[in-house]
Design a protein around this ligand. Structure first.
Ligand code: FMN
Length: 173
Protein backbone atom coordinates (compact mmCIF):
# COMPACT_ATOMS: atom_id res chain seq x y z
CA UNK A 1 0.00 0.00 0.00
CA UNK A 2 1.31 3.42 -0.94
CA UNK A 3 2.38 5.41 2.14
CA UNK A 4 -0.02 8.33 1.72
CA UNK A 5 -2.93 5.95 1.05
CA UNK A 6 -2.11 4.16 4.27
CA UNK A 7 -1.95 7.44 6.20
CA UNK A 8 -5.16 8.75 4.64
CA UNK A 9 -7.21 5.55 4.99
CA UNK A 10 -6.10 4.49 8.45
CA UNK A 11 -8.81 4.68 11.09
CA UNK A 12 -8.87 3.63 14.69
CA UNK A 13 -10.30 0.11 14.88
CA UNK A 14 -12.05 -1.24 17.96
CA UNK A 15 -13.50 -4.44 16.53
CA UNK A 16 -11.33 -7.36 15.44
CA UNK A 17 -11.68 -10.73 13.75
CA UNK A 18 -10.75 -13.56 16.13
CA UNK A 19 -8.12 -14.91 13.69
CA UNK A 20 -4.63 -15.18 15.11
CA UNK A 21 -1.93 -12.92 13.67
CA UNK A 22 0.90 -14.97 12.10
CA UNK A 23 4.25 -14.89 13.85
CA UNK A 24 5.94 -13.19 10.83
CA UNK A 25 3.48 -10.32 11.06
CA UNK A 26 3.92 -9.94 14.83
CA UNK A 27 7.65 -9.75 14.13
CA UNK A 28 7.06 -7.20 11.35
CA UNK A 29 5.18 -4.95 13.79
CA UNK A 30 8.07 -5.22 16.22
CA UNK A 31 10.52 -4.37 13.42
CA UNK A 32 8.42 -1.31 12.54
CA UNK A 33 8.78 -0.11 16.10
CA UNK A 34 12.43 -1.04 16.34
CA UNK A 35 13.36 0.95 13.22
CA UNK A 36 11.63 4.06 14.44
CA UNK A 37 13.70 7.20 15.05
CA UNK A 38 14.31 8.31 18.63
CA UNK A 39 15.95 11.19 20.45
CA UNK A 40 19.78 10.75 20.12
CA UNK A 41 18.99 7.24 18.87
CA UNK A 42 18.39 6.31 22.51
CA UNK A 43 15.80 3.66 21.57
CA UNK A 44 14.24 3.81 25.02
CA UNK A 45 11.35 1.49 24.17
CA UNK A 46 10.27 -1.97 25.11
CA UNK A 47 7.45 -3.71 23.30
CA UNK A 48 5.55 -6.60 24.88
CA UNK A 49 3.69 -8.77 22.36
CA UNK A 50 0.86 -10.32 24.37
CA UNK A 51 -1.00 -13.28 22.88
CA UNK A 52 -1.90 -15.23 26.01
CA UNK A 53 -5.75 -15.25 26.07
CA UNK A 54 -6.03 -14.99 29.86
CA UNK A 55 -3.68 -11.99 29.99
CA UNK A 56 -5.57 -10.29 27.13
CA UNK A 57 -8.89 -10.83 28.92
CA UNK A 58 -7.51 -9.39 32.14
CA UNK A 59 -6.07 -6.32 30.34
CA UNK A 60 -9.53 -5.65 28.85
CA UNK A 61 -10.95 -5.67 32.38
CA UNK A 62 -8.32 -3.36 33.84
CA UNK A 63 -8.20 -0.75 31.06
CA UNK A 64 -11.74 0.60 31.12
CA UNK A 65 -10.98 3.01 28.24
CA UNK A 66 -10.42 -0.04 26.02
CA UNK A 67 -12.59 -2.96 27.14
CA UNK A 68 -12.81 -4.06 23.47
CA UNK A 69 -9.17 -5.13 23.86
CA UNK A 70 -10.42 -8.36 25.40
CA UNK A 71 -11.50 -9.47 21.88
CA UNK A 72 -8.16 -8.82 20.18
CA UNK A 73 -5.78 -11.69 19.35
CA UNK A 74 -2.75 -9.51 20.14
CA UNK A 75 -1.98 -6.59 22.42
CA UNK A 76 1.25 -4.62 22.12
CA UNK A 77 2.25 -2.89 25.33
CA UNK A 78 4.60 0.03 24.76
CA UNK A 79 6.89 0.79 27.65
CA UNK A 80 9.56 3.48 27.87
CA UNK A 81 12.70 3.53 30.03
CA UNK A 82 12.59 5.84 33.04
CA UNK A 83 15.58 7.91 31.89
CA UNK A 84 14.10 8.74 28.50
CA UNK A 85 14.34 12.46 27.70
CA UNK A 86 11.28 12.55 25.43
CA UNK A 87 9.27 9.44 26.26
CA UNK A 88 5.99 10.51 24.66
CA UNK A 89 7.64 11.56 21.40
CA UNK A 90 9.80 8.47 21.07
CA UNK A 91 6.90 6.17 21.88
CA UNK A 92 4.57 8.09 19.57
CA UNK A 93 6.90 7.72 16.60
CA UNK A 94 7.30 3.99 17.22
CA UNK A 95 3.65 3.20 17.76
CA UNK A 96 2.56 5.14 14.69
CA UNK A 97 5.00 3.20 12.51
CA UNK A 98 3.62 -0.02 13.94
CA UNK A 99 0.04 1.12 13.38
CA UNK A 100 0.66 2.04 9.73
CA UNK A 101 2.54 -1.15 8.95
CA UNK A 102 -0.27 -3.08 10.63
CA UNK A 103 -2.87 -1.22 8.58
CA UNK A 104 -1.02 -2.02 5.34
CA UNK A 105 -1.26 -5.71 6.28
CA UNK A 106 -5.00 -5.67 7.00
CA UNK A 107 -4.76 -5.09 10.74
CA UNK A 108 -6.44 -2.43 12.84
CA UNK A 109 -5.58 -1.07 16.25
CA UNK A 110 -6.52 1.57 18.80
CA UNK A 111 -4.40 3.59 21.19
CA UNK A 112 -5.69 2.70 24.63
CA UNK A 113 -4.58 5.05 27.35
CA UNK A 114 -4.01 3.55 30.79
CA UNK A 115 -4.46 6.78 32.63
CA UNK A 116 -5.38 6.06 36.22
CA UNK A 117 -2.59 5.26 38.67
CA UNK A 118 -4.25 2.08 39.93
CA UNK A 119 -4.72 0.86 36.34
CA UNK A 120 -1.04 1.51 35.58
CA UNK A 121 -0.06 -0.42 38.70
CA UNK A 122 -2.33 -3.36 37.88
CA UNK A 123 -1.06 -3.60 34.27
CA UNK A 124 2.57 -3.33 35.37
CA UNK A 125 2.08 -6.09 37.93
CA UNK A 126 0.31 -8.33 35.43
CA UNK A 127 2.99 -7.87 32.76
CA UNK A 128 6.01 -7.74 35.08
CA UNK A 129 6.99 -4.23 33.97
CA UNK A 130 9.52 -2.61 36.34
CA UNK A 131 7.80 0.05 38.42
CA UNK A 132 10.08 2.91 37.30
CA UNK A 133 9.28 2.43 33.62
CA UNK A 134 6.51 4.32 31.89
CA UNK A 135 3.67 2.35 30.36
CA UNK A 136 2.63 4.54 27.42
CA UNK A 137 -0.21 2.52 25.97
CA UNK A 138 -1.74 -0.84 25.24
CA UNK A 139 -2.46 -1.30 21.53
CA UNK A 140 -4.80 -4.17 20.63
CA UNK A 141 -4.23 -5.56 17.13
CA UNK A 142 -6.46 -7.75 15.00
CA UNK A 143 -7.61 -8.18 11.43
CA UNK A 144 -10.19 -5.59 10.48
CA UNK A 145 -13.78 -6.78 10.16
CA UNK A 146 -14.86 -6.20 6.52
CA UNK A 147 -17.42 -3.42 6.24
CA UNK A 148 -16.88 -2.24 9.82
CA UNK A 149 -16.59 1.52 9.91
CA UNK A 150 -14.68 3.62 12.37
CA UNK A 151 -16.43 6.50 14.01
CA UNK A 152 -15.48 8.55 10.92
CA UNK A 153 -14.30 11.45 12.97
CA UNK A 154 -13.59 14.27 10.52
CA UNK A 155 -10.58 16.54 10.59
CA UNK A 156 -10.49 20.29 11.08
CA UNK A 157 -10.37 22.30 7.85
CA UNK A 158 -6.86 22.76 6.45
CA UNK A 159 -7.07 26.55 6.67
CA UNK A 160 -7.76 26.29 10.41
CA UNK A 161 -4.63 24.31 11.23
CA UNK A 162 -2.13 25.17 8.49
CA UNK A 163 -0.55 28.55 7.90
CA UNK A 164 1.45 30.01 5.06
CA UNK A 165 4.65 31.88 5.93
CA UNK A 166 3.28 33.32 9.19
CA UNK A 167 0.94 32.11 11.89
CA UNK A 168 -2.56 33.39 11.16
CA UNK A 169 -2.26 33.41 7.36
CA UNK A 170 -4.42 30.43 6.45
CA UNK A 171 -2.98 27.89 4.03
CA UNK A 172 -5.74 27.73 1.43
CA UNK A 173 -6.03 24.38 -0.36
C1 FMN B 1 -2.98 9.83 22.61
C2 FMN B 1 -4.25 9.10 22.21
C3 FMN B 1 -5.03 8.52 23.20
C4 FMN B 1 -6.17 7.78 22.84
N1 FMN B 1 -6.87 7.12 23.82
C5 FMN B 1 -7.91 6.34 23.46
C6 FMN B 1 -8.57 5.52 24.43
O1 FMN B 1 -8.16 5.46 25.60
N2 FMN B 1 -9.63 4.76 24.02
C7 FMN B 1 -10.08 4.77 22.72
O2 FMN B 1 -11.05 4.05 22.43
N3 FMN B 1 -9.47 5.52 21.77
C8 FMN B 1 -8.40 6.29 22.09
N4 FMN B 1 -7.73 7.03 21.12
C9 FMN B 1 -8.20 6.99 19.72
C10 FMN B 1 -8.79 8.35 19.27
O3 FMN B 1 -10.09 8.49 19.80
C11 FMN B 1 -8.81 8.41 17.74
O4 FMN B 1 -7.49 8.30 17.24
C12 FMN B 1 -9.42 9.72 17.25
O5 FMN B 1 -10.79 9.78 17.58
C13 FMN B 1 -9.31 9.91 15.73
O6 FMN B 1 -9.91 8.83 15.04
P1 FMN B 1 -9.07 8.01 13.95
O7 FMN B 1 -7.87 7.40 14.66
O8 FMN B 1 -10.02 6.95 13.44
O9 FMN B 1 -8.64 8.94 12.88
C14 FMN B 1 -6.58 7.72 21.47
C15 FMN B 1 -5.77 8.32 20.49
C16 FMN B 1 -4.61 8.99 20.85
C17 FMN B 1 -3.74 9.55 19.75
Amino acid sequence: MEVFDCVRRRRTVREYKPDQIPEELVLKLLQAGRWSPSSSNSQPWHFIAIQDPETIKRLGEIATQGTFMANAPLIMAIVIAADSVRPQLDAGRALQQMELVGWSEGLGTCFVGVRQAEQQKAVKELLGIPEEMELITLMPYGYRVPGARGRGIPRKPMAEIAHRDRFGQPFQE
